[in-house]
Design a protein around this ligand. Structure first.
Ligand SMILES: *Cc1c(COP(=O)(O)O)cnc(C)c1O
Length: 366
């Protein structure tokens, strides 16, 4: 019996595997643009009302066949996740807190009226897919295999309601080092016109619609030489929420301040891990409302010591300048702060299996 059939799955039948007969040539992960190359296989599973999730399968990576009336194309009933597989020095392939991604996906699903995905089949799908395509996990320093699980509504119907059928898919893509020239501070534009999310909306979920709403401000900031947008809350436009598709943290007067998870902020797994590390190092971490005025004042009177974004793609992204209402405020002399660097080093060491993982965050695939 093949090994993958030995794992017992209560909720759905076992995952079938159809291997490709035409493996692709693998690119050198360094220097390739994010999300451009995809591995040889993908995971698919269907949902139909009355039947539940069924037909979990790994098949050769390829195009999908969809009705032009598929509900996702019109009403955006769709959610996704983002995570990575890392190759350690001794050749093992590791995931970082995959249970957290699975839980968050189901929290997003609940908000978007998408049926819950059984946690056991999700975890098994991740492991089996990454194991089958393990040669796609690059081994150059700081490279990884990006993993993109997603679910979308497939009913061929234009009525506005929750779909009765869905497709759950996982695709993977090798990615190069996020910082080929080393960790570098970025410039951030505070956005006071567009908002990404509001309380009661879908800000705490990973859904495509949130991203659609964020593109205009992102392009405007980019055109002015800023790499990311810093979002304010959608109601008062007064409080800091997130930076681009990252959570954001500040070191003010020795304490760490980060916006609380009030419903419009995405509960990042890197954010959660950074908070746990910071607390273990004895730092006071305040999760609270953070007015932009307080931040600008702290930048100008020198109490804003460090600032950084957190997210799976960049891990930790130092912020060297914020622009608010056309005025520039430098942070930490546009240099990487010592705590920012320590967080980056510690998190990446755990992810790539270079340090002992005392938190139990790494999950070995093979
Ligand atoms: C994914 C995401 C993050 C970061 O979450 P991680 O789990 O740390 O990768 C932050 N903000 C937004 C809007 C996101 O979509």
């Amino acid at each position: 019996m093949p090994n993958y059939l030995k794992v017992s799955v209560n909720t759905v039948e076992n995952i079938s595997i159809e291997k490709t007969t035409a493996p692709k040539e693998k690119p050198n992960a360094n220097g390739i643009p994010f999300g451009t190359y995809f591995s040889d296989h993908m995971f698919l599973m269907n949902y139909d009302e009355g039947q539940g999730w069924h037909d979990p399968r790994i098949v050769p990576y390829g195009d999908l066949h969809l009705s032009p009336a598929s509900m996702v194309l019109h009403y955006a009933q769709e959610i996704f996740e983002g995570m990575k597989a890392y190759r350690s020095a001794n050749g093992e392939v590791l995931l970082f807190r995959p249970d957290e991604n699975i839980k968050r996906m189901n929290s997003s699903a609940e908000r978007l009226c998408i049926p819950q995905i059984p946690e056991d089949i999700f975890m098994q799908a991740l492991k089996k897919l990454v194991e089958l395509d393990k040669d796609w996990v690059p081994s150059e320093p700081d490279t990884s295999l990006y993993i993109r699980p997603f679910v979308f509504a497939t009913d061929p119907h234009l009525g506005v309601h929750a779909s009765h059928s869905y497709l759950f898919a996982i695709i993977t893509s090798p990615v190069g080092s996020y910082y080929p020239e080393g960790l570098n501070p970025v410039r951030i534009m505070i956005e006071s016109e567009d908002v990404r999310a509001v309380r009661g909306g879908t800000g705490y979920t990973k859904c495509g619609g949130n991203y659609a709403a964020s593109i205009r401000a992102g392009s405007r900031a980019e055109a002015q030489g800023y790499s990311q947008v810093l979002w304010l809350d959608g109601v008062s436009r007064r409080n800091i929420e997130e930076v681009g598709a990252m959570n954001v943290m500040f070191k003010i007067n020795g304490k760490i301040v980060t916006p609380a998870l009030t419903g419009s902020v995405l509960p990042g797994i890197t954010r959660k891990s950074a908070i746990e590390l910071l607390k273990s190092w004895g730092y006071v971490v305040e999760e609270r409302e953070l007015p932009v005025d307080e931040l600008v004042q702290a930048a100008d009177n020198g109490t804003l010591e460090e600032a950084w974004g957190t997210g799976t793609a960049a891990v930790i992204s130092p912020i060297g300048e914020i622009n608010f209402d056309g005025k520039k405020h430098e942070i930490g002399g546009f240099k990487i702060g010592t705590l920012t660097q320590k967080l980056y080093d510690t998190l990446t060491s755990i992810q790539w299996g270079k340090t002992e993982d005392s938190f139990g965050w790494s999950v070995k695939v093979c």
